[in-house]
Ligand binder design. Structure first.
Ligand code: ISE
Length: 335
C-alpha cells in the first residue's frame, strides 16, 4: 500500500502538510506540487525526493502520477480544484474553509452526490486533537450529564496584515462552528455576534468579538474571538453539564515554579498548539484513502454547513441582530 499525493498551494499550511505527507507513516509520498508562485513550487519540490513542480493545479489533478489531492491554496481557489478532483474520481483533502461562499460549497456537495461516493474531506483539524477528542468522549459518555452551556475562547497572538474583520468569523471562529456541531452532535440553530469594547491593539479590526450559538437542542455556546492577545495562542473550551463540567486542560507540557510564581508556557501559534492534530488528521486520511475506503473525517456537507453558519454569523456581525440558521436538506450520502 502507499499513496502518491499532489499538493496544490505550498504556502505555510501547504508546506506543513507536505512535511507530514512525504514519507509519512501510512506510506504516503508527495509526487507533485503546484502553486500560483511557480518559484515557490519549484523550491518545495526540490526539497522532496520524488516530487515534480507542475505548472497548474489542473495539471496536477489530471496527472496519472497523483492518486490523491491536497488543496491548501487560497480559499477562493478551492472550489475549482475540489470539483476537478471529484470529476477525476480522486480523493481530495481540502483545507478549511471548503469554499468561501455557501453557493460554492453547495456546488461541491452536488458534484460529490452526483459522483455517488465520498471523495472530499475538509481540514477541520480540531476533531483530531487528542484533548478535543477526550473532551468529546467525556460528553458522549455522560460524565457530566446533559450538556447545558459551553464557554470557549479562541485567541491568536496576532494576525497578518491581510486579515480583515470578517475573517474573525470566516477564518477563525469557523473552527468553533464545526467543533460545536461535532462535540454536541446537533446543529446550530441561530447565531448572534456581539462587539465589545475594542482592543487598541487591533488597528481597524473589530477585536474581540463575542459569538453566541443557540444549538438546536437548546444548549447555549459563547465564544470569545480575540486575534491580538500578544501573549500567545490559546484555545479554551468548557462544557457545563447537569452533573459536572469538563474543560480542555492547559496544553503546556511542564509547569515552572520560581520566584514566587507558577507558570506554564503558552503555545506561540496554531502550528505549535495543533501539531499533533495535523499528524493524526493526515495519517487517518492517508490510511482510509490508501486502503480504498472513503475518508471518515469532516465531509463536504460539514464544510457546507459550516459556511452557512459562518454566513449567518457575518450577517449578525454586520446587522447586530440574531440570525436564524436555515440549513438545506442533508443528502443521503452524508447520513
Ligand atoms: C488560521 O487559519 C487557523 O486555522 C487557526 O487555527 C486560527 O486560530 C487562525 O485565526 C486562522 O487564521
Amino acid at each position: 500500500m502507499g499513496l502518491d499525493v499532489g499538493v496544490i498551494g505550498v504556502g505555510m499550511i501547504g508546506q506543513e502538510h507536505v512535511r507530514r505527507l512525504d514519507g509519512g507513516p501510512g506510506g504516503s509520498r508527495v509526487v507533485a506540487v503546484a502553486d500560483a508562485d511557480a518559484e515557490r513550487a519549484a523550491t518545495v519540490a526540490a526539497q522532496l525526493p520524488a516530487a515534480k513542480a507542475l505548472p497548474s493545479g489542473e495539471e496536477l489533478i489530471a496527472s496519472d502520477a497523483v492518486d490523491a489531492v491536497v488543496v491548501t491554496s487560497w480559499g477562493p481557489t478551492h472550489e475549482p480544484y475540489v470539483l476537478a478532483a471529484v470529476a477525476a474520481g480522486k480523493p481530495v483533502f481540502c483545507e478549511k474553509p471548503l469554499a468561501p461562499t455557501q453557493e460554492a460549497c453547495r456546488r461541491i456537495v452536488a458534484a460529490e452526490v452526483a459522483a455517488g461516493r465520498r471523495l472530499v474531506q475538509v481540514g477541520f483539524n480540531r476533531r483530531y486533537d487528542p484533548a478535543h477528542r477526550a473532551l468529546k468522549r467525556a460528553v458522549d459518555d455522560g460524565a457530566i450529564g446533559a450538556p447545558l452551556l459551553v464557554h470557549c475562547a479562541h485567541r491568536n497572538a496576532s494576525v497578518p496584515p491581510h486579515y480583515t474583520r470578517d475573517m474573525s468569523i470566516a477564518d477563525t471562529a469557523i473552527h468553533e462552528i464545526d467543533e460545536m456541531r461535532w462535540l454536541l452532535g446537533t446543529e446550530i440553530a441561530a447565531v448572534r455576534v456581539l462587539t465589545p469594547r475594542r482592543s487598541s491593539r487591533g488597528g481597524a479590526l473589530q477585536d474581540p468579538l463575542l459569538v453566541l450559538f443557540e444549538m438546536a437542542d437548546g444548549v447555549l455556546v459563547d465564544v470569545e474571538v480575540s486575534v491580538n492577545v500578544h501573549y500567545g495562542y490559546e484555545i479554551r473550551c468548557e462544557v457545563s453539564g447537569e452533573t459536572g463540567t469538563v474543560e480542555l486542560a492547559e496544553p503546556a507540557p511542564v509547569t515552572i515554579r520560581r520566584e514566587g510564581t507558577v507558570a506554564g508556557l503558552v503555545p506561540g501559534d496554531w502550528r505549535e498548539r495543533f501539531a499533533l492534530s495535523y499528524d493524526v488528521e493526515l495519517r487517518e486520511w492517508v490510511d482510509a484513502v490508501a486502503g480504498g475506503r472513503p475518508p471518515q473525517g469532516p465531509s463536504a456537507w460539514d464544510g457546507h454547513v459550516a459556511q452557512v453558519v459562518s454566513d449567518a454569523a457575518l450577517q449578525s456581525l454586520h446587522t447586530g441582530s440574531r440570525v436564524a440558521v436555515e440549513l438545506p436538506e442533508q443528502p443521503a450520502l452524508y447520513r
